[in-house]
Design a protein around this ligand. Sequence first.
Ligand SMILES: [Zn+2]
Length: 119
Amino acid sequence: MNTRWRQFKKLVPAEDFYECYYENKPQLCPVCRGKLEESSYYEEYHGCVEENRHCKGCGYARYWSYGSTLLEVGSLSISYSYSTPDKEVSLIEDTFAREIVKERNRRKMEIRKYYRKRG
Ligand SMILES: [Zn+2]
């Protein structure tokens, strides 16, 4: 918890604070559990038009911009847009989810290898 949150905690009732804190806490990378860099961009008339999350540690990324989604993990990079049929979108999301698991396991193996080498 950083200073900003600590200050905020003093100002609001406990229940309100925790509700707000857990809703806004930084999202963790599904691959390496690192903190995700988040940015979003709002336009006056359209509301939220861009939302990007990416991990510096392993290259996991989910970009959303004007209805187009770009997903990146490991060597995989796929995208779809608002006009992509639902069926295809769920296929792409499934592929992405599977790749996240694969990448997570690959990283675990690498870490294990690294320690084994050093004895
Ligand atoms: Zn990561």
